[in-house]
Write a protein that binds this ligand. Structure first.
Ligand code: DGY
Length: 319
């Protein structure tokens, strides 16, 4: 009898068609994202799950998935999954590393440039009809912050952090770096987190969200950042205390921020960052290019195909 595999969204890429030949495939057709109660229901009798980062698999959801044998997420981050609970049940969890590195680094750098040069604010100014004779080019008109020659501190020196470092070097920045594992990267000056925050004109976050990094940039650490610095986060919202960040931006301790990821997504209307002009906000689009998303989907499907064949997943986060 074929195994039952549930896929929580329609996917791009080629390999999803292969999967249909290999299992009893059930694909959520929407509209929109899969509601949590539907996920619970579908998990009652499926053996394999291919999910997105929007599908929360906490211990109670996993407990209800009696027949679940393997899971693959179309994401590199797996903080939406209780991996320990999966491991305790012997369920491998796959992810999609590698293929989104440059795309995500581009997004982080785009946010850095946009925040430094006030691109969001300037765009709104023009669209709202404010660019008039009495309010036009002047020596101090929309002046921003220089990127070239500035110091960038990269928090997390995995593949994406390193790709951001390369971009920064191309822009003539000095690059400082810190990682939890104490990794050394050529061209990046490894320093302590305290020193990085103290010295950096720009700080870009590229670490995974795990219990040790939750609110790693809390009020105290944000207060220790160089006055006038810019914070960029294209990793996970939970790493930064958003309320403390908003306060630092309002006080003028920080110059600006470029934020792609949030503690709660989609962003609730009462998020304090939403109303600040000096924050560039994007809706978790770090890996959002057509080609990268197709590659991610193909990797995620490849993990499921391997598991169906009794093979180890090519990209598995738990031992
Ligand atoms: C991931 O894969 O974890 C990214 O956040 C998707 O953009």
């Amino acid at each position: 009898m074929n195994k039952k595999v549930f896929v929580t969204h329609q996917l791009p890429g080629e390999r999803i068609h292969e999967l249909a030949e290999l299992c009893d495939l059930n694909l959520w057709m929407g509209p929109g994202l899969l509601p949590p109660e539907e996920l619970r229901e579908e998990l009652e009798d499926c053996h394999g799950l291919l999910c997105l980062l929007t599908d929360r698999l906490d211990s109670s959801v996993i407990a209800g998935a009696e027949h679940l044998e393997f899971v693959s997420s179309m994401s590199v981050g797996v903080d939406h999954i209780d991996v320990n609970a999966m491991s305790a049940r012997g369920i491998p969890v796959g992810n999609t590393p590698g293929v989104l590195v440059d795309t995500t680094a581009d997004t982080a750098f785009a946010l850095l440039l946009a925040a430094a040069r006030r691109v969001g604010e300037a765009d709104r100014f023009v669209r709202q009809g404010n660019w008039r004779e009495e309010n036009a080019w002047a020596p101090d008109f929309f002046t921003g912050k220089d990127v070239s020659g500035a110091t960038l501190g990269i928090v997390g020196l995995g593949a994406i952090g390193q790709a951001v470092a390369k971009r920064a070097q191309g822009f003539g920045m000095e690059v400082l770096g810190w990682s939890r594992s104490g990794r050394d990267v050529p061209g990046v000056n490894s320093v302590s987190l305290d020193e990085l925050l103290l010295r950096s004109d720009f700080v870009s976050v590229h670490t995974a969200l795990v219990p040790e990094t939750r609110h790693m940039l809390d009020a105290e650490r944000i207060a220790s950042m160089k006055p006038g610095a810019v914070l960029v986060n294209a990793a996970r919202g939970g790493i930064v205390d958003e309320v403390a960040l908003a306060e630092a931006l309002v006080r003028g301790h920080l110059y600006a921020a470029g934020i792609d990821v949030f503690e709660r997504e989609p962003l609730p209307a009462d998020n304090p960052l939403l109303h600040l002009p000096n924050v560039v906000l994007t809706p978790h689009i770090g890996s959002a290019t057509t080609i990268t998303r197709a590659r991610m989907a193909d990797l995620a499907v490849g993990n499921i195909i391997a598991a169906l064949g009794g093979e180890p997943m090519p990209h598995c986060v738990n031992p």
